[in-house]
Design a protein around this ligand. Structure first.
Ligand code: GRF
Length: 208
C-alpha cells in the first residue's frame, strides 16, 4: 500500500462533489492519498471554490489561447511541480493531451455516470448521459471508474456500480440517484490503485 500523490482535475462548471468525496475519504483514513493539486480550466468554477475552502492547493491552466502542445507542457510542469504520481479526473470534460496521458501510464482515473461502454464518448456528459439512458429505455444505469487512455471513456474499467432506472425518472432524478454511488466508487477505486492490487491486462483490470 503506497500513498497516492493525487492531482484532481475538475470541470469548468463542475460542482466538485467527487473532489470532495475523495477528500473526505482521505480525511477519514479510507484512502491513503494526499491531494497535491486541484487543476481547473476556469478560476470561477464552483469546484475550485470548494477546493480553496477545503484548503487544497489549486492551479488554473486554461487551454484557451494555447496550442495543444503548450497546454500539455504547462500541465506537465504543474504536475511535476506538485510531484503528482496519480491523476483523478472529476468532472473534467476535455480529452487530456497525449503527452500527459503517456507520462502517467495506468495512473489516470476517470469517473463516468453510466455503465460504460454504453452512453459514453465525446459529448456525452452531464444530463445528456442520463437523458440518453432514459430515451433508450434501459432498466439499469450506474457509474464507471476507468483508466484513461487517449480517447473519451474508452480505457480499461476498474469498477462499476449499478443503479436502477425508474419508470418516472427524469435526467435530473436519475443523476441524483447515481451521484452518491459515484462518491463511493471513486475513492474505492483509487484505494485499490493505492493498494497496488490492480493489474491491467489488455482491456481487463484484474485485482491480484
Ligand atoms: C460527475 O457526474 C462525473 O461522473 C462526471 O462529471 C460529474 C462531475 O460532478 N464525469 P462533480 O463536479 O464531481 O460534482
Amino acid at each position: 500500500m503506497s500513498s497516492l500523490r493525487l492531482a484532481v482535475f475538475v470541470g469548468s462548471h463542475g460542482r466538485g462533489s467527487n473532489l470532495m468525496a475523495i477528500q473526505s475519504a482521505v480525511s477519514a483514513g479510507n484512502l491513503p492519498a494526499e491531494i497535491v493539486c486541484v487543476i481547473g480550466t476556469r478560476a470561477d468554477a464552483p469546484a475550485i471554490a470548494r477546493a480553496k475552502q477545503a484548503g487544497l492547493p489549486t492551479k488554473i491552466v486554461s487551454p484557451k489561447d494555447r496550442s495543444d502542445a503548450e497546454y500539455a507542457d504547462v500541465l506537465l510542469r504543474v504536475l511535476r511541480g506538485a510531484n503528482a504520481d496519480t491523476i483523478a479526473l472529476a468532472g473534467y470534460m476535455r480529452r487530456l493531451p497525449s503527452p500527459v496521458v503517456q507520462s502517467f501510464p495506468n495512473r489516470i482515473v476517470n469517473i463516468h455516470p453510466s455503465l460504460l461502454p454504453a452512453f459514453g464518448g465525446h459529448g456525452m456528459y452531464g444530463e445528456k448521459v442520463h437523458q440518453a439512458v432514459i430515451d433508450t429505455g434501459v432498466k439499469v444505469s450506474g457509474c464507471t471508474v476507468h483508466f484513461v487512455d487517449e480517447e473519451f471513456d474508452t480505457g480499461p474499467i476498474i469498477s462499476q456500480k449499478v443503479v436502477p432506472v425508474e419508470d418516472d425518472d427524469t435526467a435530473q432524478t436519475l443523476a441524483a440517484r447515481i451521484l452518491p454511488y459515484e462518491h463511493a466508487a471513486f475513492p474505492e477505486a483509487l484505494a485499490l490503485l493505492a493498494s497496488g492490487r490492480l493489474r491491467v491486462e489488455g482491456r481487463r483490470v484484474r485485482r491480484v
